[in-house]
Design a protein around this ligand. Structure first.
Ligand SMILES: [Fe+2]
Length: 330
């Protein structure tokens, strides 16, 4: 059954995605029509000669600037904000990213590599004038401190994401909800919690969070605060943005199919999280993605090179690894 908020989502005429931050830099690999790579986009943004200082900064994390049009109406969303403030400012300046046009922010989940640059991004969004606070879509489970186990069995804390008060102080309006929501004239969609359906996608084993009283740690392998964003492009279908896919990328696509049962699934961009401990589920994941009949498979961030290789072997030219500074027009 379609999610009620999914039914509200309008078809848009077209979208344009700027990869503001990604793990990878790659200006040399050829790209399909409608995709342009970093150097070309830097040139369009005013780069007069190629030099080291003109390049974007690739960094472990993800930030996507997504523009959607219906006729003359254009809305711009920021999906995640990368790991650190300087990377947002450095890349946005070089790429002419136009963050001042961003009208809403979606934070995919509560991890530093997606939220560390959020306050800087909000400052740039609010830079030219004191415009009204922009909604920042957040899940209530994001704010508990988290930690990762180290080989010596100690726990290494993960830097907290900005608090709702911090977000408000930088011109954001925190919208803290577990509910799926259509936003910006119903041209964009942020999902609810992603049901865990497959038996092999087990989240992030070992991932921990503080107990509610803040005194101890407890297992948090499922990261239920992770959600996907989507836009429905007329004549093509749903474009799904999944930042780190701790829910499992196949579970994400099952959720998208459930939320939009009558819409073809056109493209899947983001981190598929098939590196490290998840390398053992690459083969099953790659095979299972076939059922969704995607036209474009756009892996980035935490996908991992082994999974990208297997995806390319299985799906050929449908696979376009994303890289920092890339623009995709869909
Ligand atoms: Fe991530």
């Amino acid at each position: 059954m379609a999610h009620p908020a999914g039914k509200d989502v309008l078809e848009v005429d077209k979208i344009e995605i700027l990869v503001l931050i990604d793990n990878q830099t790659d200006s040399l690999s050829s790209t399909p029509e409608n995709f342009t790579s970093e150097w070309s986009n830097l040139h369009k943004a005013g780069m007069e000669q190629i030099s080291g200082s003109c390049q974007c900064c690739a960094n472990h994390g993800l930030a996507l600037v997504v523009k959607a049009w219906i006729g003359d109406t254009c809305h711009t969303a920021l999906f995640d904000a990368g790991p650190v403030d300087f990377a947002v400012e450095y890349n946005a300046t070089r790429l002419g990213a136009g963050l001042d046009q961003v009208e809403a922010v979606v934070l995919s989940h509560g991890h530093w590599d997606h939220a560390g640059g959020l306050l800087q991004a909000l400052d740039l969004i609010q830079a030219p004038e004191n415009k009204p606070a922009v909604p920042v879509y957040l899940h209530p489970g994001m704010f508990r401190q988290r930690a990762l186990p180290m080989p010596d069995n100690s726990l290494l804390p993960i830097k907290d994401i900005p608090s709702p008060d911090d977000i408000q102080a930088h011109g954001g309006n925190p919208v803290i909800t577990e509910a799926a929501t259509a936003f910006m004239d119903n041209m964009f969609f942020v999902s609810g919690e992603i049901p865990r359906i497959t038996d092999y996608e087990k989240g992030f084993p070992g991932h921990m969070r503080r107990t509610e009283d803040g005194k101890d740690w407890e297992p948090d392998p499922l990261l239920m605060d992770e959600r996907y964003m989507a836009v429905n492009v007329r004549g093509k279908g749903l474009v799904v943005f999944s930042a780190c896919s701790h829910a499992g990328i196949v579970n994400v696509m099952h959720a998208a199919r459930r939320d939009f049962p009558n819409v073809p699934l056109h493209a899947l961009m983001g981190g598929y999280h098939l590196s490290g401990g998840n390398e053992k589920i690459i083969d099953q994941t790659v095979a299972d993605l076939g059922q969704f009949d995607l036209d474009l498979i756009l892996p980035g961030h935490c996908t991992g090179w082994r999974a990208v290789n297997k995806l390319e072997q299985a799906y050929g030219d449908k696979v376009v690894p994303i890289a920092v500074g890339m623009i995709a027009k869909i």
